[in-house]
Design a protein around this ligand. Sequence first.
Ligand code: APR
Length: 311
Amino acid sequence: MGRKKLTMIGGGQIGGNLALIAAQKELGDVVIFDIPQSEGMVKGKALDIMQLRPHDGYDSELSGTSDYSDIKGSDVVIITAGIPRKPGMDREDLMSINLGIIKDVASNVKKYAPNAFVIVISNPLDAMVYAFHKVSGFDKSKVVGMAGALDSGRFRAFLAMETGLSAQDVSCMVLGGHGDSMVPITRLATIGGVPVTDLIDADRLKEIEDRTRFAGGELVKLFGNGSAFYAPAQCAIEMAESYLKDKKRVIPSAALCEGEFGIDGYFIGVPTVIGSGGIEKIIEFSLTDKEKSDLANTLDAVKKTVAETNL
Ligand code: APR
């Protein structure tokens, strides 16, 4: 049995880090695809990571290309193609440009890698993953958006920073759209099993929730010319790894709901089980009335963004 094959569509900030982490975790061989104008850049990144192998001791093969036929046989495709945010833009502002790009990517992935498990990262995420699914016609189990892992991870990081305790021991989930209306389920957040509501007072928790909601924008402002890339890359790799190794991890992700949580026909952040079957299951649990109304609110935001795709 040969190695698995992972393709990164878009070899920019996130794409480069995806390739690096995939190689370091020895998930398989990695192809970095980008448009012809950026072919040199992705060939260079692939070669640079190849030269890191003697130090790290891994054997994955990396290559860069702008020829879609090179993605043939991919087991996993991770999509970051598009433009990132600049200060003053929200994720929805990227729509017109990134929609055209995702449609092109979807038809090529359908043609060359029809059996891949596809993780979409491009923003506005909720619309991009919806558009990919529509255009490709892939089974819903094989298409997912990376958002909840990152939003939950940010919440976990902030709770760890607040308490001085290990981020590893913080467990929580953020559901809903990948925008300001996302819903941190603070009621269920724990540190080492202890409810955070017993560790941090309610006002401060509210501030941490708000920081989580705007965490992407906080970075856009600091960078001045781009958006987050280290954590987003790691999050997508976690999802890819759970698929390739059939780990069945429970990761909040933008999955197609068909009745779950009363949502029908939209990709939205919900707890998912990721294993060799792709998105094997959406785990439903009971929500409080406030959480239900917050979820209805975030669903409205997702519907609005999706409507703009005209798909
Ligand atoms: N096909 C493939 N790649 C493309 C295409 C296309 N049609 N159009 C653009 N790209 C490439 C760009 O050439 C660039 O290398 O996508 C890459 C995007 O990289 P960056 O600009 O560095 O953006 P990055 O920070 O990686 O973010 C990518 O993810 O989180 C989201 O909002 C973010 O939508 C953005 C995406």
